[in-house]
Design a protein around this ligand. Structure first.
Ligand code: HEM
Ligand code: HEM
Ligand SMILES: [Fe+2]
Length: 462
């Protein structure tokens, strides 16, 4: 940690983990409901549990991105954050909006638009919150002593994510138009601007952890950003097949979304290649695990499993089934949750001055959570394919098909339990680090100046 103001990241990361636990609880409620044990139905009906589960996911990821930005932007801009106080106020208002939204879902105050269930009045609070955040990091970057590609891509991702929230706030009488613009938020976030955020976090972590030159890492970041936009923007068409939009979207959506995995493949190759190229091993091995894990799993969950149902010929059958849920889990986990975990794993020892990254616990947290999530994805895949076959090919009634796949949710719950063990271990490790220290630990964390070739690579530290 170079600047004391970077400490503000800690509270965002702590909140992040807390909200993930809450999300997991609602996941289990739905998992049991899918097995036929829906005892909580009268208190927490499936729709409320689902909205809470997915919105908490989005909120904790955004909280993680914000924490990451409060850490990265001062470091990349080479100055303190514009206002630490404003950052804490922004954090408090974010928590407030989250609590009101979740309580609202349980009281029936929601909009039945998947992922955008937060009622419009609350959206205005979200806008105020995000403006506070963007102003704080944006001003810091503008007044900074340097402007790096990593910082620029991160800022571009954050600002465009904020702008893309707006189309989801417009009122339409038409269901088609409402759906059309809903995807500008949902799709253009996860398959567009969030990828910029992910790419910049990857780049930051790779610079810190592998020792490869910044120039090399940032050059490839541009290439990835290019491929992302080339495929991702028109790739939105894969959500326009069956919502009442013109027929040409079948072709446009099919072709461009089929190219989207290339951006994720690029990120996987990027992370692995930089890791192999790095002559230096940072002692925080587990942070590198999460970083490279993100590259690889984002390709598997988003790229490979996204491609599996993106062509209209396939999507005709899989649309809105558990196949979608299968892809949704590994894509969100592989691309965005792992990079937030990578940021936490890297920054926590820097923030607290306690280097608790070795030992069995952080590594077991990594392996059990990832293997658990792969298991959940597998169980959902089997359930999803069975559902598609029974319901869409054989014409079985929706509820009868759901009953037939109940058994697969037993497997899912087992895998989810393994996953949860990993998250508990991660949280224990987080708590063991204690609170951030007040003095910035400058010496141990400065990005190394280029050193004469005679210096042994292993002797340097980040
Ligand atoms: C990290 C990136 C990604 C994330 C987080 C993600 C997540 C999701 C989620 C949550 C849904 C369900 C949305 C809803 O119904 O409201 C979805 C749908 C979909 N995704 Fe992705 N996705 C990602 C990347 C991709 C990619 C690269 C492709 C294609 C190659 C893809 C193809 C699809 C398709 C075709 C659907 C529609 C499924 C249906 O018709 O029910 N996704 N994705
Ligand atoms: C660990 C315990 C978890 C369990 C038991 C669980 C279970 C579920 C269930 C049963 C659904 C509803 C599927 C349906 O609509 O029928 C769901 C939805 C979803 N969950 Fe989870 N989940 C868990 C954790 C997670 C995590 C960690 C993530 C992300 C990183 C996640 C992402 C999602 C997404 C994106 C959806 C919506 C999928 C769609 O659009 O179809 N879940 N989850
Ligand atoms: Fe999409």
């Amino acid at each position: 940690m170079k600047y004391n103001s970077q400490k503000v990241a800690y509270i965002f990361f702590a909140t992040c983990i807390g909200l993930l636990f809450l999300q997991i609880i609602y996941g289990f409620i739905m998992g049991f409901a899918h097995m036929g044990f829906d005892g909580l139905h009268d208190v927490i009906p499936f729709n409320a549990a689902r909205a809470t589960h997915t919105n908490l996911l989005v909120v904790w990821l955004l909280t993680g991105f914000m924490g990451a930005s409060y850490y990265i932007i001062p470091e990349e801009a080479d100055r303190e954050l514009f206002s630490v106080k404003l950052a804490y106020v922004q954090w408090a208002s974010l928590v407030l909006v989250g609590v009101v939204a979740v309580a609202g879902f349980h009281l029936g105050w929601w909009e039945g638009r998947k992922f955008l269930e937060i009622p419009r009045p609350l959206d205005y609070l979200v806008v105020v919150n995000v403006l506070m955040f963007i102003f704080n990091v944006g001003y810091t970057a503008l007044k900074g002593r340097r402007f790096t590609t990593t910082g620029l891509v991160l800022l571009a991702g954050l600002v465009s994510a904020a702008l893309l929230y707006l189309p989801g706030m417009i009122y339409f009488d038409s269901q088609v138009l409402d759906s059309y613009f809903r995807w500008w938020v949902v799709h253009l976030w996860v398959e567009g601007v969030w990828e910029l955020i992910m790419g910049s976090l990857l780049s930051f972590l790779l610079i810190k952890l592998t020792g490869v030159d910044r120039e090399v890492i940032e050059k490839w970041l541009y290439v990835i950003v290019g491929i992302t936009f080339l495929s991702g923007i028109l790739g939105t068409g894969h959500h326009y097949y069956w919502i009442g939009t013109p027929k040409y979207w079948l072709m446009v959506g099919g072709v461009f979304s089929a190219l989207e995995p290339l951006a994720f493949l690029g990120m996987a190759i990027y992370a692995v290649a930089m890791m192999r190229r790095g002559g230096r091993r940072h002692p925080n091995r587990v942070a590198l695990f999460w970083t490279v894990g993100c590259g690889i799993l984002s390709f598997v969950g988003a790229g490979f499993l996204g491609f599996a149902h993106t062509l209209p010929q396939v999507n005709l059958y899989t649309h809105g089934t558990l196949v979608t849920a299968m892809h949704g889990h590994l894509a969100f986990w592989g691309a965005y949750a792992t990079i937030v975990f990578g940021m936490i794993a890297y920054t926590l020892p820097e923030l607290t001055g306690r280097k608790l990254y070795s030992g069995w616990m952080p590594e077991w947290a990594f392996w059990t959570s990832n293997i658990g999530m792969l298991g959940m994805t597998g169980a959902l895949a089997v359930a999803g394919v069975a559902q598609v076959y029974l319901e869409r090919r054989m014409g079985m009634d929706f509820l009868a098909a759901q009953k037939a796949v109940e058994v697969h949710f037993f497997g899912m719950i087992l895998a989810a339990s393994l996953f949860t063990v990993g998250i508990v271990l991660f949280a224990i490790n987080f708590i063991q680090h204690g609170l951030p220290v007040s003095e910035a630990t400058v010496s141990s964390t400065r990005e190394p100046e280029p050193e004469p070739p005679s210096t042994p690579a292993m002797a340097r530290s980040v």
